[in-house]
Design a protein around this ligand. Structure first.
Ligand code: ATP
Ligand code: MN
Length: 482
């Protein structure tokens, strides 16, 4: 008998009337005759035709949803609708039974919430098969994009003693016995006794270390897990998520925006080419889901159209100040429809404002630049004070339809005096970040970078509404199952 062939290759094969061996999991078995077999290589199932009159009834009984089987038989042109080829089984072997009374996945529609509770099995559904094949392609495309451009993939640490943003929403790392940690004479926890001799945490961003790499290697990127103990139960936040963070020497903010836009288009195009069937399946899934919503809440474009539209159009670029002017004059603001009305200049935009700009006003991806200095991190390059006395920094956020912020970045402050002054103002300890400041002391140069939230990207490309459904095993408040 021939070697095992994956179902994707088999369905694309031009040859028929050859002997093949396939292995996979039974999705359905109907009329004691037709097995829909899936092995994860494609969204499409292979139809296996069983000669039930000449098959042991005991074996037929074991062909249940979820069972792992090996089938050898003849690949033939299919007479039935829906598939070009099928396999006429000559030999079926049950590799692993699946008791239909106990198997949680039934051949019917399950809610995404229920599937989250059985995340160890949800890979076996069409939806999650597609989501994770698309996620895989996007990850590969990210590396390919940067590698083609001579970027160095730099592994920044996961355990750090610095909190890049000063946000404080970190997970502590310790090997203390939490019930009985060593204390100092004054009764405080004695971190000198801890594993690293100081308090440490899981990284919230690899940026600061990434900048160090860029100051020698020119262009670097990180692509790794980041952790935030933010107690935000939203469809856009995870406690553990993956981030792509490039840092480029000799880039200004415009170069930075160009790179980010090019990256997003590149990886979306890659997935569209590579995962056409998965994306077409997910487009249909979203359409079915949206049918449950009232007409005015449904999106005007299908998933496929949205992705194509994103490739075909330049992202709209404008400053925070221009955005505030648009928002002030907007109908929802005048009619007091915003939960947070736009009054003056200087406050952070809420997601309702971002959505208005992206989904209603421009109807395409938007890049906002030059945010107020007060609401952004210490390392962003300070602009000259403008005619209205506004103090801004060279920040940029990319906002996507249905997602909100997908990228946050900036040109970095390379001038030592300005950087130190800002750190003092914000109470960021300069002595702890001596190594970061050293890059401003020795061979400083203009440079820029950004962070792209990988799961938000996967959400956009798959059309999944909840970020918990685009990472294999989501971590969020009160959940670390699996
Ligand atoms: P948000 O305002 O949406 O919480 P942020 O301003 O905290 O985002 P950054 O610190 O700039 O985000 O992080 C860079 C990118 O990482 C964001 O643009 C987003 O794509 C992603 N991101 C941030 N926080 C999370 C999270 N908790 N879960 C998943 N992705 C996230
Ligand atoms: Mn956040």
């Amino acid at each position: 008998m021939s070697q095992r062939i994956k179902i994707k290759a088999l369905l694309e094969s031009e040859q028929t009337d050859i002997n093949v061996t396939v292995k996979g999991w039974v999705r359905t078995f109907r009329n004691n005759q037709f097995i829909a077999l899936n092995d994860g290589s494609t969204n499409n199932n292979l139809q296996v035709v069983v000669d039930f009159e000449n098959t042991d009834p005991a074996l037929l009984k074991r062909l249940t949803t979820g069972a792992a089987i090996s089938v050898s038989g003849l690949l033939v042109a299919s007479l039935g609708k829906g598939q070009k080829v099928e396999v006429k089984a000559k030999e079926i072997e049950i590799l692993g039974d699946s008791d239909p009374e106990k198997y949680p996945l039934q051949p019917k529609k399950h809610s995404l919430e229920f599937l989250r509770e059985i995340a160890h099995l949800r890979f076996r559904t069409s939806t999650f098969g597609s989501v994770f094949r698309v996620r895989n392609s996007l990850a590969f495309a990210v590396h390919q994009f940067f590698q083609e451009r001579g970027f160095i993939y730099l592994h920044t640490p996961i355990i750090t003693a610095s909190d890049a943003e000063g946000a404080g929403e970190t997970f502590h790392v310790t090997n203390f016995d939490l019930l009985n940690p060593p204390k100092t004479e004054s009764g405080e926890i004695d971190f000198k006794e801890d594993f690293f001799g100081r308090p440490t945490n899981l990284t919230v961003s690899g940026q600061l270390e990434g900048e160090l790499g860029a100051m020698a290697l020119s262009d670097i990127y990180t692509f790794g897990p980041t952790f935030r103990a933010e107690n935000s139960n939203t469809t856009r936040h995870l406690a553990e998520f993956w981030m792509i963070e490039p840092e480029m020497a000799f880039y200004d903010l415009n170069d930075n925006m160009d790179l980010a836009e090019e990256l997003l288009k590149y990886v979306i195009k890659y997935a569209l080419d590579k995962n056409a069937e998965d994306i077409s399946f997910l487009t249909q899934r979203l359409e079915d889901e949206e049918k449950q919503k009232p007409q005015q809440e449904r999106s005007e474009m299908s998933l496929l159209e949205k992705l194509q539209f994103c490739l075909d159009n330049d992202f709209e670029r404008l400053t925070y100040t221009e955005a505030i002017d648009i928002l002030k004059e907007s109908t929802p603001n005048k009619k007091k429809k915003f939960q947070y009305p736009i009054e003056g200049w200087g406050t952070d935009l809420q997601s309702e404002h971002e959505r208005y700009l992206v989904e209603k006003h421009f109807k395409k991806p938007v890049i906002l630049t030059d945010y107020p200095k007060q609401i952004k991190a210490f390392y962003m390059r300070q602009n000259e004070v403008d005619a209205n006395g506004h103090e801004t920094v060279r920040a940029m956020d990319i906002l996507f339809p249905g997602i909100g912020e997908i990228v946050g970045g900036s040109q970095r402050e390379e001038r030592l005096d300005k950087l130190e002054q800002r750190m003092d103002e914000m109470g960021i300890p300069k002595d702890e970040l001596w190594w970061y400041l050293d890059t401003r002391r020795f061979g400083a140069c203009p440079h820029a970078g950004f962070g792209l939230g990988f799961e938000r990207l996967v959400q956009f490309v798959t059309g999944m509404g909840n970020i918990r459904d685009v990472i294999p095993f989501p971590r969020f408040p009160k959940n670390a199952e699996f």
